[in-house]
Write a protein that binds this ligand. Structure first.
Ligand SMILES: Nc1ncnc2c1ncn2[C@@H]1O[C@H](COP(=O)(O)OP(=O)(O)OP(=O)(O)O)[C@@H](O)[C@H]1O
Length: 290
């Protein structure tokens, strides 16, 4: 018993230390496998509070499984996961409830309920986590979240089948924001959008992150997204996070996948576009000949 109490006290001390730090998500020694297939082994990652962390890696490297482990949809074989200082492994559902309320998730493809309107979709987490909130306030919250994502108010009574791909993503984002989260998980939010729609979605994500002070865990294959809104990028390969840093820091490493990804033709095009954009917005030196 004394040993159990000591272990619980130690866990509480660790939780407190992590909560006080500037780390929103801490993953240590994570292992995930499906049968014989080991997806993650000894994976470590820290997501800092207030940053947009881009998560990249080849198809099947386990980006979604990592996200699912953090939000409790996948029980890892081994490892520790803390979110805002709270250990997430082995917690009963009701124990983890308080922390679950602090995050919102946009799954790949939006994952909207097709038989519910956009507004009803946004209301799902409010009904689930705050059953005492009455219908009028729920409607008002949903309408506010819908506007927050840049959707017109008229989108509220529409069904997902009546929306464009970009509108579906925004509706999914509105639902992810329903509970005023501190932490947002976005799984390939710009996949399937045209470049203009993707850039607009990125802008919206950045604006929301800045105005609401969000921490964002963003899985993407979209180089433009990485360059334009991510503060740091984590690279998954060889079953773990092989590097985390700014794109400049990643470019300084010599891992072949990183070099091929960022220095391949698409990577170079994205770099060139960002360089052009920076040159356009940088203050011009005055030569005194006005
Ligand atoms: N529920 C599951 N059962 C069995 N295998 C799974 C399951 N979920 C994921 N996997 C396997 O785990 C590996 C990693 O999957 P995951 O979806 O995390 O990859 P990803 O990096 O997100 O890929 P992509 O970029 O293509 O979306 C894949 O080989 C996948 O088949």
């Amino acid at each position: 018993m004394a040993e159990e109490e000591e272990a619980a006290a130690e866990e509480a001390r660790v939780d407190k230390a992590v909560e006080k730090s500037d780390v929103a998500i801490s993953v240590r020694g994570l292992k995930n496998s499906f049968g014989d297939q080991v997806v993650h082994e000894n994976l470590d990652l820290d997501v800092r509070k207030g940053e947009i962390l881009g998560v990249v890696g080849g198809s099947g490297t386990g980006k979604s499984v990592l996200m699912r482990s953090v939000i409790g949809l996948q029980t890892p074989d081994e490892g520790e996961i803390h979110v805002f200082g709270e250990s997430m492994i082995g917690r009963l559902d009701d124990e983890a409830l308080a922390i679950r309320k602090r995050w919102g998730v946009l799954f790949q493809g939006g994952a909207l309920f097709s038989t519910l309107t956009v507004a009803e979709n946004v209301e799902v987490p409010i009904r689930e986590y705050y059953p005492n909130i009455g219908p009028q306030l729920r409607d008002e919250i949903a309408a506010y979240k819908i506007r927050l994502t840049g959707l017109p108010a008229e989108a509220g009574p529409k069904y997902p089948a009546e929306l464009s791909g970009g509108m579906k993503k925004r509706a999914g984002l509105a639902r992810a924001l329903a509970l005023d989260p501190d932490l947002l998980f976005l799984d390939e939010p710009t996949a399937g959008l045209d470049p203009i729609g993707a850039a607009a979605f990125d802008d919206q994500t950045r604006k929301l992150q800045q105005t609401l002070g969000l921490t964002v865990f963003l899985i993407t294959h979209d180089l433009d997204t990485l360059y334009s809104i991510c503060d740091r990028v984590a690279v998954l390969a060889d079953k773990k996070v092989i590097a985390v840093g700014t794109i400049d820091e990643l470019l300084a490493t010599d891992h072949p996948w990183i070099q091929e990804y960022f220095n391949g033709p698409r990577g170079r095009a994205a770099t060139a576009a960002v360089t052009r954009e920076r040159e356009k917005t940088a203050p011009q030196p005055s030569d005194g000949r006005r």
